[in-house]
Design a protein around this ligand. Structure first.
Ligand code: NAD
Ligand code: MG
Length: 353
């Protein structure tokens, strides 16, 4: 029996996780939390908003599935890593923001960090059991989002409704906008750096419109392993929740005879500057990734509220990054300060954007 605490239970990942948990008698929900919607009766212990680590203390789970959106998921990530409680991580923002601190906490705690992000679940499976020196590079695939193939001047007036119409994945609003700007792939690049200990120059992003190949690892002998599957988050959620059993899901096996298109090309970094901004923030290190994430959260919220043009999301993030020194965080308090400062710079940039 595995006792699971599900944080972000009302979201896109949360609801799909509930489906997986229901289908497995050996998985039991011991706690559920959301940001604002009711979760009464979902689990023996529930909480709406507030400090999620209080809920985790009471619940004593075997595994935490962190499916909260944004920096708000950070305390729960650190709580699980520090205590050696297995962490199934969908909340990429916490690992991007806390990077080094999160890995130190995991080293102390000794628990598992199981990625739920589809690309990282795929990469984890391709990399599992290989020595780091065998690995040449990792390729993360991006669908390209709803605006793939458009030029910059065709994005001036796009609306939140257009940005929310994702071609292959059905997700929460924040990550859907991040997919349209490619900030999501930027966050995932930093996430992969920390999860797999790869240098940034070893991680490549390619656009792959059908979202069938989720990640590909090249090895030093010239071989490459790819992970394929239909774009459905229940697969990586199930993999993380039932690890290392790889339990069955209700999903159909990949049908190659009905036609699967595998097409790859380079991302358009001029039209989608957030990917390059994230790479630079990652390479600079320190709290630059935390600042990238914070400013992006502020800008995306403003875009969704109809207060910021689509193209200005990247400008707000660039201005926040230029305004900070990005010094490394020694602890969670430092990180919270860096996050708050970045949000202030982003709010200032919003006023003139
Ligand atoms: P969503 O917006 O659908 O759901 C977010 C959940 O977080 C909701 O349950 C909400 O109540 C909860 N929440 C928000 N703020 C909170 C707070 N302060 N305290 C407690 N709960 C809070 O988002 P989503 O699409 O499910 O994404 C969740 C996370 O998973 C994000 O980090 C996203 O990047 C990542 N992710 C999602 C997908 C996907 O397919 N949806 C794929 C890969 C990664
Ligand atoms: Mg992903």
């Amino acid at each position: 029996m595995k006792r699971i605490a599900l944080l972000g239970a009302t979201g896109s990942i949360g609801r799909q996780a509930l489906e997986i948990i229901e289908a497995h008698p050996e998985l039991r929900l011991c706690a559920a939390a959301s940001g604002s919607q009711a979760v009464d009766g979902l689990a023996p212990l529930t909480q709406v908003g507030g400090d999620l680590t209080e809920l985790l203390e009471r619940a004593e789970p075997d595994l935490v599935l962190n499916a909260v959106v944004g920096f708000a998921g950070l305390p729960a990530t650190l709580w699980a890593l520090e205590r050696g409680v297995d962490l199934a991580l969908a909340n990429k923002e916490s690992l991007v923001a806390a990077g080094d601190l999160a890995l130190e906490a995991q080293r102390r705690g000794g628990g598992r960090l199981l990625p739920v992000d589809s690309e990282h679940s795929a990469a984890f499976q391709c990399l599992e059991g290989r020595a780091p020196e065998q690995v040449h590079s990792l390729v993360l695939t991006a669908s390209g989002g709803p605006f793939r193939g458009r030029a910059r001047d065709e994005l001036t007036d796009v609306t939140p409704e257009e940005a929310l119409a994702h071609p292959t994945w059905n997700m929460g609003p924040k990550i859907t906008v991040d997919s349209a700007t490619l900030a999501n792939k930027g966050l995932e690049l930093i996430e992969a750096h920390f999860l797999f200990g790869l240098r940034y120059e070893q991680i490549e992003v390619v656009v792959h419109p059908s979202s069938i190949v989720h990640a590909l690892v090249r090895f030093r002998d010239g071989a490459a392993l790819a992970h394929l599957g239909y774009p459905d988050m229940r697969v990586p959620i199930s993999f993380a929740l039932t690890y290392p059993e790889r339990s069955a899901t209700s999903l159909p096996p990949l049908d190659l005879q009905s036609g699967v298109t595998l097409e790859f090309h380079a991302p358009d970094l001029e039209t989608f500057p957030l990917l390059a901004l994230a790479r630079r923030a990652g390479e600079q290190g320190g709290t630059h990734p935390c600042v990238f994430n914070a400013a992006n959260e502020v800008a995306v919220a403003a875009f969704l509220a109809g207060k910021l043009p689509f193209l200005a999301i990247a400008e707000v993030v660039a201005e926040a990054l230029a305004a900070v020194d990005g010094a490394p965080a020694r602890d969670l308090d430092d990180l919270i300060t860096a996050d708050a400062e970045a949000r202030r710079h982003a709010e200032e940039a919003l006023k003139v954007a």
